[in-house]
Design a protein around this ligand. Structure first.
Ligand code: NDP
Length: 487
C-alpha cells in the first residue's frame, strides 16, 4: 500500500515502547464524513505482537499487584489529568475517525476522564468482608485478588469511553492489560494510550496491539498468558470469544447488542417522549448498543405522537460532525452504511411503510462520506426483521398497540434485553414496567441510553454474558475472591 508520509503512522504499545508490527503492514484509518481525509495509519499486527504483549503484561503484573491500591490509583489520576488536558484534540480525532459529532465526542472523552477518577478512588475502598465463623477461635474473611492479565477487545462506537471503562477497573484491582481496539478507531485508542504512557505506568502494565480482529482477536482470546477477556461488540463475535475462553477455562465478560424499545403510554407527556425518542434513536447516528430502535405506542396517542415525531425528525441536520450546527454525523464506515441500507430495504420488502428518510444522502458535502437519512417506518409487526435484528443505524420502527399489556409483550418479544424506556405519568404503569420488562437498564420518562458511570451497566438475554460493567459492579469481573480461614 502507498502510505501518505504526511500522515502519522501509529505503532503498537508493548512493554512500555512504541513498536511496529513484524508484518510491515499498515492500514489507513479514514474519516467516514470525508474519505479523502486519512486520520492516520495503524499497524496490521500478527499473533507475534499479541504474544509479546501478553508476555510483557504477565511479567509486569507481578509487581503491579504488589503496589497499594492508593499507589495504583495515583497512576489513574495522572492519566485522567492528561486525558483532560488533551480533551479537545482527542475528541476531534474521534469525530474524524468514526463520525459522531464533536460535542458528543467531547462528552464521551469527559466521561473517560470521570471514569478514570472514579476508579482511581476505588483503590482506597474495601476489598473484602469479615464473615462470622461458627468457631469462636477462628477468623474468617474474604480478600479480592486480581485475575492476572486481562485482554480487552473493544468496538468502534465509543472509542474512548469503552476502553477506559474496561481498563480502569482492570488496572485498579491489580491486573495488567492488553487492549485490541476496533480497527476503525485504533488512532483514537493510540491517543488514549499516549495518555497512559505519559502518566508513567510501569512498562508492560498497559499494552495496545492493533490489527484485524479475525487474526489478533483469537490470538488474544486463546493466549495462555491471558487470564480473562472483557469484550464489547457484536453477538456473533462475542459468542466465538465466549466459547474460546470457556474451552481453556479463562474468565470472560461479553457486552453485546440491543433492540431497545420505548413504550409511549396514552397518559404520557408527548413532547417529552418525542424529544427523547429522537435523541435515543438518532444521536450518534443510532450507533449505540442502547439506541432506541422500536417505538411502541398506544393507539389513543399514536397519530399525535407520529405527527410531532415526523416534524422534529425533519429538522435534524446531517453532515460532518466537526461542523457547527450539525446534529447527526455519518455511519462509521462503508460496511456499517451498507448494513443500514440493507435493513431499510428489508423493511420495505416485508411490508413496513416508510414514513421518513430511507436513503443514502447524496450531493455536496455528502458524496465522499457515508451519510444516511434519519429513517422511520410504521405498520411494523413484531415478526419483521427490522423489529427483531439490531440495525445499529438511524432507523426506528413504530408499532401501534391497543393497550400497555400488549406493549409490554411486544417490548419483550426479542432475543435482546439491554435497555428499555417507558413514557407514562401513571405510577402503576411504571411499576409494571419495572417488574415485567426483561432488560438490564430500565428507564422511565427518559431516553434509552447508558447509565451514569457509578451504576451497573449491562443486559439480559442475548445482550450480555450476564455480568455487569462499571461502578462497583466491575469488581465482580475484574477480581477473584479468596476466602481465608485463620485458626
Ligand atoms: P464487532 O463484534 O465486529 O467487533 C468488536 C471487536 O471485536 C473489534 O475490536 C473487532 O476487531 C474484534 N473482533 C472481530 N472478530 C474477532 C474475533 N474473531 N475474535 C476476537 N475479536 C474479534 O463489533 P463492532 O465493532 O462492529 O461494534 C458494533 C457492535 O457492538 C454492535 O452489534 C453493538 O450492539 C455492539 N456494542 C455493544 C455494546 C454494549 O455495551 N452492549 C456497546 C457498543 C457496541 P476489528 O475491528 O478489527 O474487526
Amino acid at each position: 500500500m502507498t502510505v501518505d508520509t504526511k500522515k502519522e503512522t501509529y505503532l503498537n504499545f508493548i512493554n512500555g515502547s512504541w513498536t511496529a508490527s513484524t508484518s510491515g503492514e499498515v492500514m489507513p484509518s479514514l474519516n467516514p464524513a470525508n474519505n479523502d481525509d486519512i486520520v492516520g495509519y495503524v499497524q496490521m499486527s500478527t499473533k507475534e505482537e499479541i504474544d509479546d504483549a501478553a508476555t510483557a503484561a504477565k511479567e509486569a503484573q507481578k509487581s503491579w499487584k504488589k503496589l497499594s491500591g492508593n499507589d495504583r490509583g495515583g497512576f489513574l489520576y495522572k492519566a485522567a489529568d492528561i486525558l483532560e488536558s488533551r480533551l479537545e484534540e482527542i475528541a476531534e480525532c474521534m469525530t474524524r475517525e468514526m463520525g459522531k459529532t464533536f460535542p458528543e465526542a467531547k462528552g464521551e472523552t469527559a466521561r473517560g476522564v470521570a471514569i478514570l477518577r472514579y476508579y482511581a478512588g476505588e483503590g482506597l475502598r474495601k476489598e473484602g468482608d469479615v464473615i462470622p465463623s461458627t468457631d469462636s477461635s477462628a477468623l474468617m474473611f474474604t480478600s479480592r485478588v486480581p485475575l492476572g492479565v486481562v485482554g480487552v477487545i473493544t468496538p468502534w462506537n465509543f472509542p474512548v469511553a469503552i476502553p477506559i471503562w474496561k481498563m480502569a477497573p482492570a488496572l485498579i484491582y491489580g491486573n495488567s492489560v492488553v487492549i485490541k481496539p476496533a480497527q476503525e478507531t485504533a488512532v483514537t485508542c493510540a491517543k488514549v494510550m499516549e495518555c497512559f504512557e505519559a502518566a508513567g505506568f510501569p512498562a508492560g502494565v498497559v499494552n495496545m496491539v492493533t490489527g484485524p480482529g479475525s487474526v489478533i482477536g483469537p490470538a488474544l482470546t486463546d493466549n495462555p498468558n491471558v487470564n480473562a477477556i472483557t469484550f464489547t461488540g457484536s453477538n456473533g463475535v462475542g459468542k466465538v470469544i465466549g466459547q474460546g475462553c470457556l474451552a481453556r477455562g479463562a474468565k470472560y465478560q461479553l457486552e453485546m447488542g440491543g433492540k431497545n424499545p420505548v413504550i409511549v403510554a396514552a397518559d404520557c407527556d408527548i413532547d417529552l417522549a418525542v424529544d427523547a425518542t429522537i435523541s435515543g434513536a438518532f444521536r450518534s447516528t443510532g450507533q449505540k448498543c442502547t439506541a432506541t430502535s422500536r417505538v411502541i405506542i398506544e393507539e389513543a396517542v399514536y397519530e399525535t405522537f407520529k405527527e410531532k415525531l415526523l416534524k422534529k425528525t425533519a429538522e435534524i441536520t446531517v453532515g460532518d460532525g466537526l461542523k457547527e450546527g450539525i446534529w447527526m454525523g455519518p455511519s462509521a464506515s462503508e460496511n456499517q452504511l451498507n448494513t443500514v441500507l440493507h435493513y431499510i430495504e428489508k423493511g420495505k420488502e416485508e411490508g413496513a411503510t416508510l414514513l421518513a428518510g430511507g436513503n443514502r444522502l447524496k450531493g455536496e458535502g455528502f458524496d465522499s462520506g457515508y451519510f444516511v437519512e434519519p429513517t422511520i417506518f410504521e405498520n411494523v409487526t413484531s415478526e419483521m426483521t427490522i423489529a427483531q435484528e439490531e440495525i445499529f443505524g438511524p432507523v426506528i420502527a413504530l408499532i401501534q398497540v391497543n393497550n400497555l399489556k400488549d406493549a409490554l409483550h411486544i417490548a419483550n418479544d426479542v432475543d435482546f434485553g439491554l435497555c428499555a424506556s417507558i413514557f407514562t405519568s401513571n405510577i402503576q404503569n411504571m411499576l409494571s414496567f419495572i417488574e415485567d420488562m426483561e432488560a438490564g437498564l430500565i428507564r422511565i420518562n427518559s431516553e434509552s441510553a447508558g447509565v451514569e458511570l457509578q451504576a451497573p451497566f449491562g443486559g439480559m438475554k442475548q445482550s450480555s454474558s450476564h455480568s455487569r460493567e462499571q461502578g462497583e459492579a466491575a469488581k465482580e469481573f475484574f477480581t477473584s475472591i479468596k476466602t481465608i480461614f485463620v485458626k
